[in-house]
Ligand binder design. Structure first.
Ligand SMILES: C[S@@+](CC[C@H](N)C(=O)[O-])C[C@H]1O[C@@H](n2cnc3c(N)ncnc32)[C@H](O)[C@@H]1O
Length: 328
């Protein structure tokens, strides 16, 4: 008889001392480049994850509510088309919108397992506990890890899987890395699996810039929090009050950038790296890009990774898109 997994929760962490070095290596690379830069994944410690959840509730941050609306309208269709018994979510965070999909799978009586993957350990544990209580027939296999490096640790499939990557997080990769990431994902997908991908769409830059520079200053706190991460994890001595949040839309590249600008000359010591870094007055440190998509850009990226677009769902104002694709 097949072993039953119902109601079980297991969480495996693939982040360890070697990954502290990843932060250290990233910072060493990033702070010694001509344009100083940090990878956006370092924004998400426990505090950063809380602040991101607060951003999702802001009036200016249209992405979350629009993506949820699309999912509410289309979840049944997605479940019917994919026949998925398992939902594997990359960058799962609080997995709030995910419930719309899990509800639809539960209604269709196909739901067997949820596999959240996130670098933030606290959010994986919290989502696992909350969701297993909500869906008694489902098991959870959490993966605390980096979706660029740890997809080989996903559990063996129980049947057709729906891979889900929401929140427009795919936009955080620069264009080449985005395709490399999709290619890596395609390699772990099987013939019966699908990918449901949330992408923010190209639109009036004023709408985009407001979403990344809200009037309540929550995004500024989220951005500045990365300096606290470096102070805590690497013994750096950033004067956080000496930096300000900047967000601007690059029309040519069709992405928004978040940066931290030194208000005046700053000398920073990163003790764990033995590194001294100078910031000139008004010098900027890039902390995130978030690419915006046209249907063509999306189709080309998917095709370059060997994925075929099955359906492109959007909202009436065409602010956001959720695409369903499978192996091409
Ligand atoms: C923009 S948030 C989106 C959260 C959620 N999926 C949503 O749609 O609201 C990005 C999430 O991806 C996670 N994340 C960022 N980089 C990651 C990486 N390299 N590997 C795994 N998780 C990552 C963050 O911790 C965070 O929870």
């Amino acid at each position: 008889m097949e072993p039953t997994l119902e109601g079980t929760v297991e969480v495996h962490s693939y982040l360890g001392p070697a990954d502290d070095r990843t932060l250290a290596d990233d910072v060493l690379d990033g702070l010694t480049r001509p344009l100083k830069e940090l990878a956006p994944k370092h924004l998400y410690d426990a505090r950063g994850s809380e602040l991101f959840d607060a951003i999702c509730e802001l009036p200016e941050y249209y992405q979350t509510r629009t993506e949820r609306l699309i999912l509410r309208t289309r979840a049944q269709d997605v479940v019917a088309r994919t026949g998925a018994v398992e939902l594997v979510e990359l960058g799962s965070g609080s997995a709030d919108k995910t419930r719309v999909l899990l509800d639809a799978m539960d209604d269709a009586q196909t739901l067997r397992r949820y596999v959240p993957v996130d670098v933030s350990e606290t959010t994986v544990h919290a989502a696992a506990e909350t969701l297993v209580a909500r869906y008694p027939g489902m098991s959870v296999h959490g993966v605390v890890g980096d979706f660029e490096r740890h997809l080989g640790h996903l559990p063996a499939a129980l049947g057709p899987r729906l891979f889900v990557f929401l929140g427009g997080t795919i936009g955080n990769f620069p264009p080449g890395s985005r395709r490399r990431f999709l290619r890596g994902l395609r390699k772990v997908m099987g013939a019966g699996d699908h990918l449901l991908l949330g992408t923010d769409l190209v639109k009036d830059p004023r709408i985009i810039e407001a979403a990344y520079d809200d009037s309540a200053g929550v995004t500024a706190q989220f951005n500045l929090n990365v300096l606290h991460v470096l102070n805590r994890e690497l013994g750096a001595n950033f004067d956080v009050d000496g930096f300000e949040h900047v967000a601007f839309y690059d029309r040519k590249r069709q992405w928004i950038e978040m940066r931290l600008r030194a208000t005046d000359q700053q000398h920073v010591r990163v003790e764990a790296l033995g590194l001294d870094v100078e910031f000139a007055p008004r010098e900027e440190l890039r902390t995130e890009i978030s690419a915006k998509f046209t249907p063509e850009r999306l189709r080309n990226d998917l095709a370059a990774a060997g994925l075929e677009l099955v359906e492109l769902y959007s909202d009436p104002d065409e602010l956001f898109a959720v695409s369903l694709s499978r192996l091409g």
